[in-house]
Each structure stands twice: as C-alpha cells, then as structure tokens.
Design a protein around this ligand. Structure first.
Ligand SMILES: [Mg+2]
Ligand SMILES: [Zn+2]
Length: 185
C-alpha cells in the first residue's frame, strides 16, 4: 500500500467483543466475537492502522476502574498480537452519560483525538460500529461508516435512522473483507 497509511477506527463492544447490558467489567467477561481478532490482524497485515474508539461509561458509573479497563484492553491487544496483528491505539470515553463531555459518541471528540494522534485526515478513514451513536459520530466528521449486524447492529438497522451511504456487513470479518476488496478500490 502507498503511504500515508489508511486508518480504520473500530468500536469495541458489539464489534470486537460481545456486548453486555451489565457492561464488560473484567477481562474474563470479555469474549471475542468469532473472527474479530483475526480480522483486526488482517487489517494490520494489509497495511492499515487500527484504532479503537469506545464509550466506557462503566468507569463514570463506578463499575470498574481505568486499571481494569487497561487489563481488558491488554487481553485484546495480546490476542491480536498472537495472530501477528496490531492495535495501534485505543481511545475511550470514561465519562458518565450525564457528564456532557465532548468525547462520548455520538459526539465526535474521540475521533478528533484519534485524528490528532495519527495526524491523519478522517475523511480517508473508515469506522466500523454496531450502534447509531458510532455511525452518527462517523458521519459528523466525514468518515466512511460501516454498520455491522453483531451487537446492537440489527436493532440499529431496524430503527428509523438515515443510513444513506452507510455500508452494512454481517460482522467485523465481513467489514474487513469489504474494506480490503471494495473500500479502497
Ligand atoms: Mg458498540
Ligand atoms: Zn467523554
């Protein structure tokens, strides 16, 4: 691939790992969706930068600490590395929904943090998410949005959202396949 590298931004819960209404509070509660770890590795091997942008209001709610979140992410990073892949950066919003921060998706703050970190134009990036708040954040900053049907995906599809221009894939493995075969063509 020619430089500069393209950036793929992934939501976490419902995209990489199974989501839970009880939140993912420990590494043991973090179960990867089939094929998602391998799909992230495939992105890295194809020359993409991979970033995660995840709302973690469980911290704001006092359900787990930043240290525990770091352990959950270590489990994820190491699983990807075992497949010879790489997660280049993880950005998260730790705030309570009532905090009115600027980083909780659908607000675009996390995506702007990622833009700054990589010094990359978000218009050239792709975002993969399962919830409307992910897709909304992507649309706000001009990033190509891919909705997966895992996690909240089916619910997002059935709800009354304007998904014009949004690519829909079965799961992260399907999204990565689309990005590599059609997205950058
Ligand atoms: Mg999600
Ligand atoms: Zn926030």
């Amino acid at each position: 691939m020619s430089d500069p590298k393209k950036l793929i931004i992934l939501d976490r819960d419902g995209v990489i790992n199974h989501d839970s209404p009880e939140y993912i509070k420990t590494p043991d509660e973090c179960h990867f969706i089939d094929g998602s770890i391998e799909a992230i590795a495939t992105l890295h091997k194809a020359g993409f930068l991979v970033a995660i942008a995840t709302n973690q209001a469980g911290i704001g709610r006092g359900l787990y600490t930043k240290d525990t979140l770091a352990k959950i992410h270590k489990k994820m990073v190491e699983a990807v590395e075992r497949e010879d892949g790489r997660i280049d950066a993880i950005f998260y919003c730790p705030h309570h929904p009532d905090d009115d921060c600027d980083c909780r998706k659908p607000k675009p703050g996390l995506l702007h943090q990622i833009e700054k970190h990589f010094n990359i134009n978000l218009n050239d990036a792709f975002l993969v998410g399962d919830s409307w708040r992910d897709i909304r954040a992507a649309i706000t900053v001009g990033t190509k949005a891919i909705l997966v049907k895992t996690g909240n995906g089916e619910m997002t599809l059935e709800a009354d959202h304007d998904l014009t221009g949004v690519v829909v894939c079965d799961n992260l493995a399907g999204a990565v396949d689309w990005i590599i075969t059609k997205g950058i063509a």
